[in-house]
Design a protein around this ligand. Structure first.
Ligand code: FAD
Ligand code: COM
Length: 522
């Protein structure tokens, strides 16, 4: 179908996307009357491809996006970030109901069971409206050209074939993302084993007992949701949770608060263990996972009907290695410089395809970086440091150095912490604000945790760490402030205007110490 000359509304897009998810016909939006060559073809219209295209177009260039799905936006709105946030919100609500069971206006939740299948179906029934908006905005507002519902085949560094037609371009931007590599263990093919994508697409029963394999962000987030829904969950991880190589700057006190909190809610966390087999119930369904303690060597059988694999994703780079000969790293990630240039002239790569961190900011800014360089600007992206977050039943955010990292690098580290060091969590209903007020009144130990790490000599804040709700957005701006020349000092923090009760409390706590010439812990 060629939609180039039609104006399709958001509502019409919803119908079209649902129809085209069931067929292989391409959706074409190409300005045939424009005789200019493409400055870039973006292979993959996920976060990276869409933002790169938007920027290139805004700079006056001509682009084309090709995506195998009938919508733009990629895995984020289809199977990844958006459902993750829905599940995490459900987890938070359910957790609250459990703690407050029979108290105040809360009904008795002793036998509370939320249907995981129903929440997945809820997401699937709603996701097309987000997809529709991406298509609509990209065409009607950003003036982007695209071909959807058609896989791209790269012929060479200037040619892409799609839906039987070849398109020429000055540059290629590869952004086809990453996919789970399932661990090679017996039974991995059984019914009842899912990763984040197949969980959305294929779940067709109500899980009763879950084993999560892998301690990634996704493992913690989805495991917390399953447990909160009433499906007893075990997380099996080789490394301690939140100590995986893909997470940096995790503060040990924050980690302890989060993982202890997960255990308190009934999740069984088995660290230092690996799965060795998934057992069959003789009908092709999962019956149990056999795990091995990596130190002791002992084995344990965990009964379950549902296995969620959260061991992380690998870049989808095979096609480009074969056809273009792009250089890749150990895990298949396409190697790029700070301009997002690969080893092959005129070929750029972005997003999850270039490896970790597999986060939206890097995908989108990578696309923009490629676009700017293609359009003649010298522009570099440094993605080595960034604010980060994940969910348990809490929202957990951090930026900058952990306390341990700071102590390795600075002589005079000062800690501002709530509850303060050495004070039992249950004695202090702080921090508290949005989302934790009820906890503060009834279960003070559940109302969250925060820490600011300060260099006592320069007075610069080196790190911020927070567990609670409602503070995540602040970390985007704290990151920016910390990157200013000279960073941000405790004095400047104390001079800000808080919107009290503020979930992160950082401003007022800094202010309480800012008068001291010699800073001390708080
Ligand atoms: P993708 O969005 O995966 O896009 C790749 C596109 O390429 C897809 O649209 C695909 O259809 C297309 N494609 C593939 N092959 C072809 C082909 N041959 N021809 C044409 N098109 C093709 N990040 C965050 O910042 N915040 C979060 O909360 C968050 N939550 C997450 C939760 C989960 C469960 C997971 C797995 C990831 C999460 N992420 C999150 C990471 C985030 O989703 C990714 O970093 C981001 O989507 C990567 O964007 P991308 O453009 O590189 O790839
Ligand atoms: C967001 C998708 S869910 S995109 O980054 O706006 O394309």
């Amino acid at each position: 179908m060629d939609i180039t000359l039609t104006q399709t509304t958001n509502r019409q897009w919803v119908g079209l996307i649902e129809e085209y998810l069931q067929n292989d016909d391409p959706i074409i939006n190409v300005h045939r009357d424009d005789k200019r060559k493409f400055d870039a073809i973006f292979v993959g219209g996920g976060a990276g491809g869409r933002f790169g295209s938007g920027y290139l177009r805004a700079m006056g260039g001509r682009q084309l996006i090709v995506d195998r799905w009938p919508f733009l936006g990629g895995s984020c709105p289809h199977q990844a970030c958006v459902p993750h946030h829905l599940f995490s919100e459900a987890a938070r609500e359910l957790d609250l109901m459990r703690w407050f069971s029979g108290k105040l206006w809360f009904p008795d939740a002793t036998n509370l069971r939320a249907s995981i299948l129903q929440v997945v179906q809820l997401f699937k029934s709603g996701r097309s409206s987000a997809h529709a908006f991406m298509n609509w905005q990209s065409k009607e507002q950003l003036d982007l050209e695209y071909i959807l519902n058609a896989p791209a085949t790269v012929i060479d560094n200037h040619t892409v074939e799609v839906a039987g037609e070849r398109f020429q371009t000055d540059n290629l931007v590869l952004g086809t993302g990453a996919a789970t590599v399932l661990p090679a263990i017996p039974g991995i093919e059984l019914r009842g084993v899912y990763d984040y994508a197949t969980f959305i697409e294929n779940l067709d029963f109500e899980p009763q007992r879950c084993v999560v394999i892998g301690g990634s962000k996704t493992g913690i987030e989805y495991g917390s949701f399953f447990q909160a829904a009433g499906c007893p969950t075990t997380i099996v991880a080789r490394k301690p949770l939140m100590r995986t190589s893909s997470l940096h700057h995790v503060d040990e006190d924050l980690r302890t608060y989060v993982i202890d909190g997960m255990r308190k809610r009934g999740i069984q966390v088995l660290e230092g263990c690996e799965p060795v087999a998934i057992q069959d119930d003789d009908h092709g369904n999962v019956k149990a996972v056999v795990i091995r303690d990596m130190q002791a060597g002992s084995k344990q059988t965990l009964r379950c009907d549902f296995v969620f694999v959260a061991t992380g994703e690998r870049p989808r780079s095979e096609h480009y290695r074969e056809v273009l000969g792009v250089a890749v790293g150990e895990k298949g990630e396409i190697l790029v410089d700070k301009h997002m240039r690969t080893s092959v002239p005129n070929v750029y790569a972005i997003g999850d395809l270039i490896g970790p961190p597999m986060e939206m900011f890097k995908a989108r800014k990578g696309g923009v970086t490629a676009a700017r360089n293609i359009m003649g600007e010298e522009y570099e992206l440094d993605w080595t440091d960034y604010p980060d977050f994940l969910h348990s039943t809490y929202e957990i955010s951090w930026v900058g150095l952990s306390e341990e990292e700071a102590r390795q690098r600075y002589d005079n580290v000062v800690i501002i912490q709530m509850p303060p060091k050495g004070v039992p969590l249950a004695d202090v209903p702080l921090p508290c604000a949005e989302g934790t007020m009820l906890y503060a009144m009834v279960y003070p130990e559940l109302s969250g945790f925060l820490k600011a790490v300060v260099d006592g000599d320069s007075r610069r804040v080196l790190g911020f760490h927070h567990v609670g709700f409602g503070a995540k957005d602040a970390f985007q701006y704290l990151d920016h402030l910390m990157r200013q020349p000279g960073g941000i000092t405790i004095d400047e923090m104390g001079n800000m205007n808080e919107l009290f009760l503020n979930p992160e409390h950082f401003i007022q706590l800094c202010r309480l110490r800012a008068g001291s010439l010699n800073l001390r812990d708080l």
